[in-house]
Write a protein that binds this ligand. Structure first.
Ligand SMILES: Cc1cc2nc3c(=O)[nH]c(=O)nc-3n(C[C@H](O)[C@H](O)[C@H](O)COP(=O)(O)OP(=O)(O)OC[C@H]3O[C@@H](n4cnc5c(N)ncnc54)[C@H](O)[C@@H]3O)c2cc1C
Length: 451
């Protein structure tokens, strides 16, 4: 039985998984393409952040680092909508004041690396890119891209957490029975920045995720502890309002003046950022199965990269780690069972969040300003307050619970169908009449009956 694990990728998933595995007594060699980010700046100095929510926190807690991560987080209890005139409206995320958390990607990565290296069984090898995985020989070739040094070694058990362009997944393409599809969006993204004000203060409300919804495109901004905001423009590659309509500095300025006039004065480095930062593509990876026999496994983005619009990619990857850990607790070293169960449990959930993430793009860039959407949100919030366990808005299930993504999707469809069938006006009247009226109209069993 394999007690030594070769793990590829020390991004977000790899070090968390290494920590979990070491605590179960495995020795782990973790290979990371980039140099050690604690010694060298590997991110081009950009301050990129992520939204961390309940699932991610839950998995970090399993490795004992949730408090350290949250210590530097900025709580965002709602989204701040900026209209074309610059008027701002706050839409709370949770019904009970819950918040998502803005955290620094590099800060988190460092905490995860430190935690993994604290475990006696973990060795991290930096500047070590897996350039080739040989599925027949069960070997991995690792190369140092700076020196050209290369070595090939055999593996007992290989887990690839090497992200959306996984080297193991590339080797699996063409394997009999392996299905693989990448669905690209017609939209790309570019990161920009809002610096602090003269007195070092935030120039916008820090406790919010800012959105400039413009229907077929949008900009968002998340706060950083150094009082900057990382802005991300999501726009089509081509066509009206697309990246291809912007040919030079004057066009950039005009685009922002037209669409984001309240943000423009806060972005003194706009042109510099625009020219320096790449325009990157967005896609969803669907593949399966995620394993080669009982000895090689894809995990995290390597298995199921998704688009970022639900703020769940990393949260889902972290949940992968805690689920795998739970299976190891249950099945010990029986890796075939662990791997099979892992796929059975996670594939429907990763497919569900992949779909939800694409759908949430439309919600963020357009629906948030649609009166019907806002009316439904209000109704759902009222129903959740009345029946906290029986009626949970989709966003709440995905972001503030650990209900499986597939279950969340199913439950929300049932809720939506019920609202459509009964009619929003009737539901509003029943809510106004009180709990019993709403219960009777929607056929929600009383707690005693449900018990
Ligand atoms: C614009 C954007 C915004 C996002 N915002 C959020 C958010 O708010 N909330 C959220 O939950 N998720 C978010 N995500 C998703 C999140 O970034 C990913 O889900 C997460 O980073 C996946 O972690 P990972 O470790 O599996 O992959 P990665 O983070 O990509 O890490 C892979 C690691 O493997 C290394 N590597 C790659 N190839 C090799 C190789 N051949 N050999 C060795 N090492 C290799 C890489 O250098 C990297 O360190 C966002 C994604 C994008 C693109």
């Amino acid at each position: 039985m394999a007690r030594h694990i070769t793990l590829l990728g020390a991004g977000l998933t790899g070090p968390l998984l290494a920590t979990y595995l070491a605590r179960r007594g495995y020795t782990v060699d973790l290979y990371e393409r980039r140099p050690d980010m604690r010694l060298r700046d590997v991110g081009g100095g950009r301050s990129i952040n992520l939204a961390l929510s309940t699932r991610g926190i839950h998995a970090l807690a399993g490795a004992g680092i949730d408090h350290a991560v949250l210590a530097d987080a900025i709580a965002m209890p709602g989204r701040m909508i900026h209209d074309l005139e610059g008027t701002q409206t706050l839409q709370p995320y949770g019904v009970e004041g819950q918040a998502i958390n803005s955290i620094s990607r590099s800060g988190l990565n460092i905490l995860l690396l430190d935690a993994a290296e604290r475990e006696p069984g973990v060795t991290v090898h930096f500047s070590a890119r897996a350039s080739h995985v040989d599925l027949e020989r069960r070997t991995v070739t690792v190369v140092n891209d700076e020196t050209g040094d290369e070595r090939t070694f055999g593996v007992d058990l290989l887990i690839a957490a090497d992200g959306a362009n996984s080297s193991l997944r590339a080797a699996m393409v063409g394997m009999p029975g392996f299905e693989h599809r990448v669905e690209w969006l017609e939209h790309a993204y570019k990161e920009l920045e809002i610096p602090p004000g003269e007195n070092g203060a935030f120039l916008m409300e820090p406790h919010a995720l800012h959105i400039w919804p413009r229907h077929d495109f949008m900009m968002i901004a998340l706060p950083n502890p150094n009082a900057t905001f990382t802005c991300t423009l999501f726009a089509p590659y081509a066509g009206e309002n697309g990246f291809d309509t912007i040919a030079g500095d004057a066009d950039v300025h005009a685009y922002f003046e037209r669409h984001f006039s309240d943000a423009l004065p806060l972005m003194p480095t706009l042109i510099e950022d625009w020219n320096h930062n790449p325009t990157s593509q967005l896609g969803t990876v669907f593949c399966g199965p995620w394993n080669v026999g009982d000895w090689a496994l894809l995990i995290g983005d390597a298995a199921h990269a998704i688009v970022p619009f639900y703020g769940q990619g990393m949260n889902c990857c972290f949940e992968d780690c805690s689920v795998l850990d739970g299976l190891l607790a249950e099945h010990g070293d029986d890796w075939q069972t662990v791997i099979d169960r892992f796929y059975e449990l996670r594939k429907p959930n990763s497919d569900a969040i992949a779909r939800l993430a694409v759908a949430n793009f439309l919600e963020m860039r357009s629906k948030v300003v649609d009166p019907l959407f806002q009316r439904k949100r209000k109704i759902e919030a009222a129903l959740h307050a009345m029946f906290p366990d029986r009626w949970i808005p989709l966003y709440t299930m995905v972001t503030f619970t650990t209900i499986g993504y597939a279950d969340a999707l199913r439950r929300s469809r049932e809720q939506d169908e019920l609202l459509d069938r009964v009619g929003l006006e009737n539901v509003e009247q029943a809510i106004a009449a009180g709990r019993d009226a709403a219960r009777a109209l929607l056929g929600i069993a009383s707690e005693q009956a449900a018990a």
